[in-house]
Design a binder for this molecule. Structure first.
Ligand SMILES: [Zn+2]
Length: 174
């Protein structure tokens, strides 16, 4: 059973930041977690849901360099350790020590040190949070296109909602 709850606002450790969530997405992984009762690597309920978001930095840990309160950012859903062979080969999703960004379906989100270091990106002024929150799924598509010979996808053949959205990303020639 799940419910909406009031939770304590997070506070940052010395190497973390807190963002006020401006927009958070719902994707297939959230649905799978809901239906299956968890995700082997990411989370096990009861816990806060959501793993992709854009918003504004509202607190910065004392040892964080390069980020200030008031900067709008998108936080990727995970970050690599940079110590494993896959990380050094830029195969970041294969890192066995990924740090996950869970809890974007809340007003405030703690961004862990690894994500602050590797996968927190500043947003241009004219990019709304709603669009910026889709950065990570868009990155899948761009990576997929870069690695494949596929140039276009017939979105009418895609029925699963997430794939349809990813299909729309594919629709415009890059
Ligand atoms: Zn790693």
């Amino acid at each position: 059973m799940s419910s909406l709850e009031t939770v304590a606002d997070p506070t940052p450790a010395a190497d973390e930041v807190i963002i006020k969530v401006g927009a958070a997405t719902t994707w297939g992984t959230d649905l799978k977690v809901w239906r299956r009762g968890g995700h082997a690597k990411m989370l096990k309920p009861p816990t806060l849901f959501g793993h992709e978001a854009a918003g504004e930095i509202v607190a910065v840990g004392s040892q964080v360099l390069g980020w200030q309160v008031g900067v709008r950012v998108v936080a990727n859903n995970s970050a690599q350790c940079m110590k494993w062979v896959f990380c050094q080969g830029q195969e970041y999703s294969l890192c066995p020590h990924l740090t996950w960004n869970n809890g974007t379906f809340a007003e405030y989100l703690k961004i862990t040190a690894q994500i602050v270091k590797h996968n927190l990106l500043p947003l241009p002024e004219d990019l709304p949070n709603v669009l910026a929150s889709m950065t990570e799924p868009l990155a899948w598509v761009l990576q997929g296109v870069a690695r494949s010979k596929v140039k276009r996808v017939n979105t009418e053949q895609l029925h699963y909602s997430e794939l349809r959205i990813l299909g729309v990303f594919h629709k415009k020639p890059l």
